[in-house]
Design a protein around this ligand. Structure first.
Ligand code: UDX
Length: 461
């Protein structure tokens, strides 16, 4: 049986390694952090991801999954080595490859026979070639010769649904340079491919570009719909119906057309910036991706202005903020639009009562005055206590089911800012609150269908 190694036990390494073990493979995950590895061996998981803890424990118990800091023995024993280290955004926007380079040097140092080295981290186009030449140079310096292949296998895991995304992907992308490595990779993914999942085999550069292009395209969809929110507000249209109306066209598709306060997370902001760097370096200007990034920054800023414009001077006003994470079902606040909103509100002197089911403290607030103006609450109703305005910034499902009358009762004023459009304006207004959505007016739209058995059906949006 093939033995797999994952270098870098971050989000991608841990989820992918665990899922590979679940598929029946023998997997070892390596990290330089001894503390992290010790905890993982005890079944203590460093991130929050639905269903992950259960899978880690199950596969640890069956000995298909193990964690170590011992690079030498793992590289020597394993047939396929996945690089899953972080590629953070460097100060100039390009991806910082220093962790990838370190991993490659270690692999070459201990290589003892044919290995397949798989880039799973999101890396700039050309990294596969760089990995290849670095390994060749290291082997030469060691005075040894071993066959090896480099493969690009980008991941498309969404936080919160990563295990499902791994087990049932829309496609698997492989950049390969030899039949031998393609066969090894097909074997690894056999149990997924057998479900009918298509495998796209191409060269290294194309596979690397597919990852960036996919993320930039999804970010474009979001920025496009977000940019229309302002227009909807000015001309008396409703963004939710616009989204539905265009998304029902199969050529467009309805996914990633939910208007919101801007996209965030560890991928879209970083990958769009990196794609601009890649294209600049190649001398090809990507004006659409450039506009997507600017539209996202504008949307984040617009959310803050929306509150100050409607509500007036916010200094010393108590505002409840529901949601800190960049999206629901995660504890990740990286590039979260809610975080930039919270910072803007605090900098303007507002007093915040914040609640997020995935967050117990706001470590990013380091200024004393802001800290004093911030109170972390245990639930939505506690956050609404004494607040003049309530802002929904993240779409946690529990925020969709608020007892609006109870919220109104707790508040001292009636401003209800629904930045994720979770509520119907009519419903909120009925509860005595002053509804301000994102790209909405007081419009009720209806989807009318005739069902197969001839009955009429109405969906209110
Ligand atoms: C993304 C990609 O989806 C995944 O394939 C890739 O490998 C990693 O990056 P993730 O960052 O976990 O995954 O989150 P995703 O669900 O894609 O959402 C990203 C951001 O877009 C969030 O801030 C989310 O709130 C926002 N978003 C998403 C919208 O504002 N509207 C939408 O319709 C969809």
């Amino acid at each position: 049986m093939l033995k797999l190694a994952f270098i870098g036990v971050g989000y991608v390494g841990l989820v992918t390694g665990t899922c590979m073990a679940e598929l029946g493979m023998e997997v070892t995950c390596i990290d330089i952090s001894k503390d992290k590895i010790d905890k993982l061996n005890l079944g203590i998981i460093p991130i929050y991801e639905l269903g992950l803890e259960e899978l880690v424990l199950k596969n640890l118990k069956s000995n298909r999954l193990s964690f170590t800091t011992d690079m030498k023995s793992v590289v020597e024993e394993c047939d396929v080595i996945f690089i899953t280290v972080g590629t953070p955004q460097g100060s100039d926007g390009s991806a910082d490859l220093s962790y990838v380079e370190q991993a490659v040097v270690e692999i070459a140092k201990y290589m003892n026979r044919y290995k397949v080295i798989v880039d799973k981290s999101t890396v700039p186009v050309g990294t596969g070639e760089m990995v290849k030449s670095k390994i060749e140079a290291e082997l030469k310096a060691r005075g040894v010769e071993y066959d090896f292949d480099v493969v690009s296998n980008p991941e498309f895991l969404r936080e919160g649904t990563a295990i499902g995304d791994f087990m049932n992907p829309d496609r698997i992308i492989l950049g390969v340079e030899s039949k031998r490595s393609a066969e090894v990779m097909k074997k690894i993914y056999e149990k997924v491919l057998i479900k009918g999942v298509p495998l796209l085999l191409t060269n290294l550069e194309t596979a690397e570009l597919i990852k960036y292009s996919a993320n930039a395209f999804l970010a474009s969809k979001i920025s496009y719909i977000n940019e229309l929110t302002e227009l909807c507000e000015s001309i008396g249209a409703d963004i939710r119906a616009v989204s539905k109306g265009i998304g029902m066209d199969k050529r467009i598709g309805s996914a990633f057309l939910n208007a919101g306060p801007g996209y965030g997370g560890s991928c879209f902001p970083k990958d769009t910036a990196a794609l601009i760097k890649i294209s600049d370096a190649a001398g090809c200007k990507l004006s659409i991706v450039d506009a997507v990034i600017r539209a996202n920054a504008k949307q984040k800023e617009r959310m803050f202005k929306k509150i100050t414009k409607a509500f007036g001077d916010i200094s010393n006003k108590v505002i409840a903020v529901l949601g800190v994470t960049f999206k629901a079902d995660t504890d990740d606040i990286r590039e979260s639009p809610a975080v930039s909103l919270i910072n803007n509100l605090l900098n303007s002197g507002a007093r915040l009562r914040v609640y997020d089911p995935g967050i117990s403290e706001l470590v990013f607030i380091n200024n004393e005055e802001s800290r004093n103006n911030l109170y972390i609450c245990n639930n939505e109703y506690e956050a609404a206590e004494g607040a003049e305005a309530l802002v929904i910034a993240t779409e946690w499902s529990q925020f969709k089911k608020l007892d609006l009358k109870a919220i109104k009762h707790k508040m001292t004023n009636t401003w209800f800012f629904d930045l994720r459009n979770l509520y119907s304006p009519v419903e909120v207004t009925k509860a005595g609150l002053n509804y301000i959505g994102n790209g909405r007016n007081n419009i009720v739209s209806i989807i009318y269908t005739i069902t197969k058995d001839g009955k009429e059906d109405y969906e209110v949006i």
